[in-house]
Design a protein around this ligand. Structure first.
Ligand code: UDP
Length: 397
């Protein structure tokens, strides 16, 4: 029997979306190719990066923390030349860890986190071990320049708009494929009927159900929104997902508002919670939005990471699947209007369902597998080895 094709899925826990994309790709690969593949989820930052880069995932919630500085830095770096120069600046610190990632035993690498793209491709070049390398963009619309090393072997994007952004950032057209944003395969199965799933979750079967989320890290002013809804006297039940935000979970557990409140910490039950819900209030995280499309959920976008997620919010609004409302009072007013107007809710729900791409994980897996199995890689002109590189080789890093 031939050995399975070992595919390394490089991710980091900066937010919940990159891991979700990697998991979805792993599911897609197993679903499509069974024992012929061995997908390996690999957190390169935690495994190999030097401190403090290794703990970037812990810093991400307060760094991105919706701050204007994050948005400005993100925009300043979003240029192919600037991004390359920025990474060159980091290279001396991350070189040895990037080399270890490049040398991980595998037949191909699929990258779902932009920070890895340049260093890992350079590292392969550096040590002369070139494996097929697929870039899977795990944002919905924008494609930051840090993703965009044109020497990748395939560049998979979720939407037409992200394709245009990739072209702007100099990715060769023939490398780009639109595959949708990979989401877990549970989202490719029909939703559970609301009464059944609500009964299973111990919810009232009839009451309008509101789901409030802030991505994997529980970001955004989730507590303020929950409190405004909790005190609004809306005739509804409220599920709030705090994700990995422990403080938020404690605050919700201690809350005493006149509403049936269901607080969750980080939970694998998002598909069921979305099935149970009539409306989703969420930060504009790409994965959550795409998951919600498969459940035809109308959405209130309550926050977005500046610059990075702004266009996701615009996408939701442009397709009439929801609105952007950041102030808790406006969110409550919107809920009151929507829950009192079934026809409007149904319209928004249909528009949302029309954007669903539930098989994206399988489409992405097929593209990645083809690149991995072909073993063909971008042709690099042999370059003169630098002194640093020769020393590295000599000392075996
Ligand atoms: N998620 C989850 N359990 C939770 C909270 C979030 O599985 O308790 C998942 C959610 O379903 C989605 C991902 O985490 O798949 C969040 O990704 P997104 O891109 O929306 O936002 P990010 O966390 O990256 O900012």
């Amino acid at each position: 029997m031939t050995r399975p094709l070992r595919i390394l899925l490089l991710y980091a826990d900066t937010g919940g979306g990159h891991r979700a994309t990697a998991q979805a790709l792993a599911e897609g690969l197993k679903h499509r190719y069974g024992d012929a593949v061995e997908p390996v989820l690999f957190d390169g930052l935690r495994r190999y990066a030097p401190f403090p880069v290794s703990h970037f995932d812990d810093m991400y919630p307060w760094m991105s923390g919706m701050s204007k500085t994050w948005g400005k830095s993100w925009l300043a770096l979003n240029d192919p030349d600037v991004a390359r120069r920025f990474m060159k600046g980091w290279w001396p610190w991350v070189r040895s860890s990037a080399i270890k990632m490049a040398q991980e035993p595998c037949d191909a690498i699929v990258n779902v986190q932009p920070l890895y793209t340049y260093p890992v491709l350079w590292a392969m070049d550096h040590v002369g071990v070139r494996k097929p390398f697929v870039t899977m963009v795990s944002d919905l619309i924008v494609v930051h320049a840090l993703w965009c090393d044109p020497s990748t072997d395939a560049f998979l994007v979720p939407t037409d708009m992200s394709r245009l952004h990739a072209l702007e950032n100099h990715i060769p057209e023939h490398l780009i494929k639109i595959v949708g944003l990979p989401i877990r395969l549970l989202f490719a199965t029909p939703p559970e009927p609301k009464p059944i799933v609500r009964a299973r979750l111990g919810l009232d079967l009839e009451k309008p159900t509101i789901l409030l989320m802030g991505g994997g890290q529980g970001l955004g002013h989730v507590h303020d929104i929950a409190e405004a809804i909790g005190r609004s006297r809306l005739d509804a039940q409220l599920i709030v997902v705090a994700g990995r935000n422990k403080k938020l979970k404690e605050q919700l557990d201690a809350a005493n508002w006149p509403i049936d409140l269901r607080p969750y910490g980080f939970t694998p039950e998002i598909p069921a919670l979305m099935d149970a819900a009539d409306v989703l209030i969420t930060k504009a995280g790409p994965t959550t939005i795409c998951e919600a499309f498969t459940r035809s959920l109308p959405m209130i976008i309550s926050s977005y990471i500046p610059a990075q997620e702004e266009e996701n919010a615009e996408y939701v609004i442009k397709h009439n699947t929801g609105i952007l409302a950041q102030e808790p009072e406006r969110i409550v007013d919107t809920l009151r209007a929507w829950l009192g107007d079934r026809a409007q809710l149904d319209r928004l729900s249909r528009n949302s369902g029309a954007l669903a791409r539930p098989r994206a994980a399988i489409e992405a897996a097929e593209e990645a597998y083809q690149v991995a199995i072909s073993g063909k890689t971008y042709f690099h002109k042999p370059r003169r080895e630098s002194l640093l590189s020769r020393l590295d080789r000599f000392f075996g890093t």
